[in-house]
Every structure is written in structure tokens, then in C-alpha cells.
Design a protein around this ligand. Structure first.
Ligand code: SF4
Length: 273
């Protein structure tokens, strides 16, 4: 089984209640999920504030970078490097905590007018991608709003799903973007081997689910969100972290809805009527 592109995985909310056999079937790593779940639960129960939120996302990122750093030498080499951004034309599934963490980074590092300009750019892209599934988005070559000169402008706080995306072959990713249908069909038929690395995807997906599960258990809505729409919302409201912590449904418009697809389920911000 090949790892799937960024947002083609199952919904966070459905996975977190699965038993261990189901988790194994879904290519998750229960030990990572459990460790991140416990860390996150401990941090949020001690500090249910925007600072606590920052601390818990930082903890997940630092923990997982260390785990992946240890394992990396034993996995196949990857072709990913700065300036290669084929995969940044896909939809990215985030949790509210990740979006709030990235928004705080931007508020802390940009001037208010730069934040507003970026908010407008991200909101424009969110309007273009609304209702599109991942394949439709790739076919329209709609790059991530945070991509500039083929480099990620939120690299230190990029989402967990971006962190877990590695490919052995640049040509494979280019073909997936430029000749998507043909490339996906070849992978599905077995005539072409997919080139995304499985190990980092499984690890980072597991970490995302562990974090989402702990926050959800604490009453904080951690359903899967579309990165672009969530960031357009988060950048437009300086009080958004407090509102989300109080239980306000601030990210409703960014929520991803699952729809059945030909090869795999699709996730869209606005389901077809
Ligand atoms: S957040 Fe950064 S790494 Fe992720 S898709 Fe956007 S530009 Fe690429």
C-alpha cells in the first residue's frame, strides 16, 4: 500500500476512537499516538490558554522531529530539498491547534499590515480552493498560499502533514502534479511504484491524531480542517485562540467533509449539494 497525499487520509475524529487492530490497519503507529496524546493532555490540563496551546504544539513538533531524526538514517534517501515544491500544490489537513500556532508565529514575526496583506492573499486562495478536492486542486495548479519562490514561508511552524511528506523521486512528484490522472492510475494498477516514504507519513499522522485526540477529549474541537481556509480565518482575528479555547466554533467554515471517491475518500471544505 502506498502512502497517500497530504489530505487523502481518514478523518481524525473517526480514527481516534479506533481499537489497536483498526489503528494497525490504518497505518498508524500506536506508541507515537499514545505518547503524544499523553503529553498533550498533560500540557492542556495545566495551562488551558493560548500559551499552553503554543507549548503543546511546539512539544509535538520537537518530539516528532527528534523521533524522525533518529529513524531517518534507516529509511530510504529522499529527494526533497528547498526549491522543490510539487507537493505544495495539494490540500493540507490541519488541526485547529496547528493553525493557531502558525497564526501566532506570523503575528509575532510580521507587522500588522504584513499580516493583513497575507490574510488577504490566503483568503483569496481559500475562495479558489473552496469545494475542490485534492485532485481538482492539483489539476488547477493552485499552490499553497504560503509558498513563495518555491519555498515555505512558514517553515518553522509548517503543519505536521507537511513535515511527514517525503518522496524518493522528484520526477514522481512532478508527474503526480503535471500528469496526475495517468500517474495515479499507474500506481493503482501496480505498473508504477509510489515514491512517498511511508515511515515519516505514519509517524506524523499518528502524532497529529494523538494531539487531536487529547484536545478533543478535553472538549476542544479538533476535527480535520483545510489549512488555507483555517489560516484565512485565524489571521483575520487576533482573539481567535481565546475564542477557540472557550469552545466557539470559529473554524466551522474550514472543516473538511468526507465524500466517497473512486479510489479513496475525498475531503472538501464545502460538500457538493
Ligand atoms: S505550509 Fe509550507 S510545506 Fe506545507 S504545503 Fe504550504 S508551503 Fe508547502
Amino acid at each position: 500500500m502506498q502512502p497517500q497525499p497530504h489530505n487523502e487520509g481518514p478523518a481524525i475524529s473517526s480514527l481516534i476512537t479506533m481499537d489497536s487492530d483498526e489503528l494497525a490497519d490504518r497505518l498508524l503507529e500506536p506508541a507515537t499516538m499514545q505518547a503524544i496524546y499523553e503529553d498533550t493532555a498533560a500540557i492542556i490540563s495545566n495551562d488551558r490558554t493560548p500559551d499552553g496551546l503554543t507549548a503543546l504544539v511546539k512539544n509535538v513538533i520537537e518530539t516528532m522531529e527528534a523521533v524522525w531524526g533518529d529513524i531517518k538514517p534507516d529509511t530510504p534517501d529522499y529527494a526533497c530539498r528547498k526549491g522543490c515544491a510539487h507537493c505544495c500544490h495539494q490540500s493540507v489537513m490541519v488541526t485547529a491547534a496547528e493553525a493557531l500556532h502558525a497564526a501566532k508565529f506570523l503575528h509575532d514575526n510580521l507587522t500588522p499590515s504584513e499580516v493583513l496583506r497575507l490574510r488577504d492573499k490566503v483568503a483569496a486562495r481559500a475562495r479558489q480552493t473552496e469545494g475542490l478536492d485534492n485532485d481538482q486542486r492539483m489539476d488547477q495548479r493552485l499552490a499553497c498560499a504560503f509558498l513563495n519562490d518555491n519555498a515555505c514561508t512558514i517553515y518553522p511552524v509548517r503543519p505536521l502533514q507537511c513535515r511527514g511528506g517525503f518522496s524518493e523521486d522528484e520526477a514522481y512528484c512532478r508527474n503526480l502534479l503535471e500528469r496526475r490522472e495517468e500517474t495515479q492510475a499507474a500506481v493503482a494498477s501496480g505498473s508504477l511504484e509510489g515514491k512517498y516514504l511511508l515511515v515519516p507519513k505514519v509517524l506524523y499522522d499518528s502524532a497529529q491524531l494523538g494531539m487531536a485526540g487529547a484536545l478533543g477529549k478535553d472538549g476542544l474541537n479538533s476535527e480535520p480542517l483545510d489549512l488555507t481556509t483555517a489560516m484565512a480565518i485565524a489571521l483575520g482575528d487576533p482573539e481567535i485562540a481565546e475564542k477557540w479555547l472557550r469552545g466557539s466554533p470559529v473554524f466551522e467554515r474550514a472543516r473538511l467533509h468526507r465524500q466517497p471517491g473512486e479510489r479513496a475518500d475525498k475531503y472538501v471544505t464545502r460538500p457538493a449539494q
